[in-house]
Design a protein around this ligand. Structure first.
Ligand code: B12
Length: 351
């Protein structure tokens, strides 16, 4: 017994010295390496790069490994060392991704092209490319979905936010919405319905998602000459996240979006649309699907709007009001993809 304890102690002491030696060699080699190249250029370790760029080490590694966005040098012990050019490239990439581009699409572009993209002037063209929906990243989105559900179950707001931010930096906007945000809301909704999660879990998730999408919408640059579209939910409809997600996609396509939130009387929605000379009003109907008061509200809204403002209605309950929608000439929008096409037809002003 005593000899086993002794052996164990000797092993631990040995391990301690070995680890210390490795650390010393690593620091020494890093210093030597940095010294060796300082005449030509300074090199930065991951921690410093993360601090300067505002990107987490996790995201920087994904951008390197998965997308080949950068190719930093390594020390003898395989630690990354970035040069100034790579740090600037990461800052540029972050800006471009935050403006709505998927990293998979821009990761290998030259710096000059990235600088051009970060300028918001050609925002519309870059967001109208139809192949944006089929971006790589589905596997990553599934991983992030799992991580976000884990954070929700643990009621850890501080863990959920970084997962969504990572999605923002690594996925295209359609993939972010369709494969991460919306499935997250649905999963939480189902679990809440089944009694598996509490109202508190749902409220925390809704709060984080609303803030996240709202913030993204405010940060989306759209040229001031862009046409306007109003998003809201009518009186009695409290679920606003479908309208918010749809507004975000429209903004990504270069529409100026007037987002009004949930539960608005018809005259308020109409006043905003008329004031901003909107080309369309898009509403979300989710629950309930049998509100006779809502049918009246839709008819009133139609009567307040001028003839050149189109009305598009989406959401899971839209089908329940189809006769009313038909009677007022509103367009039923099966999903966000249909809305993007509907808006594209309204893009050019009528002659
Ligand atoms: C968050 C949430 C809430 C929050 C809403 C917070 C907020 N600020 O929006 C609060 C707490 C207020 C809430 C309340 C209630 N809720 Co709720 N809620 C949800 C939850 C979890 C997410 C809803 C959501 O935002 N989904 C995300 C959206 C984006 O998904 P979606 O609606 O499927 O939208 C897709 C399309 O329909 C389309 N779309 C949607 N809108 C639009 C708009 C346009 C223009 C376009 C183009 C497309 C489009 O795009 C989306 C992507 O494809 C859902 C669960 C779920 N499965 O969705 C339940 C859910 C919708 N709620 C439900 C219920 C029952 C309620 C309550 C009655 C609960 C209660 N007992 O009090 C109340 C009703 C309040 C009211 N008077 O309306 C049920 C509805 C069941 C039904 N249809 O019969 C659901 C499905 C939960 C469930 N499984 O039972 N809820």
């Amino acid at each position: 017994m005593t000899s086993t304890i002794c052996q164990c102690k000797v092993y631990n002491i040995g391990l301690f010295f070995w680890k210390s030696y490795r650390k010393f060699v690593d620091i020494y080699l890093t210093l030597m390496y940095v010294r060796g190249v300082t005449i030509e250029e300074t090199r930065f370790p991951m921690k410093a790069v993360s601090k300067r760029t505002g990107l987490t080490p996790d995201v920087i590694r994904v951008w390197e490994r998965r997308y080949g966005a950068i190719n930093p040098n390594r020390t003898a012990t395989n630690r990354r060392l970035f040069n100034e050019e790579e740090v600037r490239r990461l800052i540029l990439l972050k800006r471009v991704v935050e403006a709505g581009h998927g990293i998979g699409r821009v990761a290998r572009l030259p710096d000059g092209k990235l600088a051009e993209l970060s300028d918001s002037s050609n925002f519309h063209e870059r967001h109208m490319t139809p192949d944006r929906v089929d971006m790589p990243g589905d596997g990553l989105a599934a991983e992030l979905l799992e991580a976000s559900l884990k954070a929700v179950r643990a009621l850890e707001l501080e863990a959920l936010v970084p997962v969504l931010n990572r999605g923002l930096l690594t996925l295209s906007r359609p993939v972010l919405l369709e494969n991460l945000i919306l499935p997250l809301l649905r999963e939480v909704g189902e679990a809440w319905h089944d009694g598996d999660l509490r109202i508190a879990h749902e409220h925390m998730t809704s709060h984080v998602v609303r803030t996240f999408l709202g913030d993204l919408l405010l940060k989306t640059n759209v040229p001031s000459s862009a046409p306007d579209v109003v998003f809201a939910t009518p009186a009695g409809q409290k679920h606003e996240l479908g309208a918010l997600a749809a507004a975000l996609m429209a903004a990504g396509d270069g529409w100026k979006t007037t987002y009004l939130g949930a539960d608005l009387p018809a005259e308020e929605i109409a006043a905003a649309a008329l004031h901003n000379h909107a080309r369309a009003v898009c509403l979300s109907l989710v629950y309930p699907g049998d509100d006779s008061g809502l049918a009246t509200e839709l008819v009133r809204l139609h009567s307040f709007l001028s003839k050149d403002i189109a009305l598009g209605i989406g959401g899971t309950a839209a089908g329940s009001y189809r006769y009313t929608l038909e009677s007022i000439g509103a367009v039923s929008l099966a999903d966000i993809g249909s809305m993007r096409m509907f808006l594209a037809t309204l893009r050019e002003p009528k002659p």
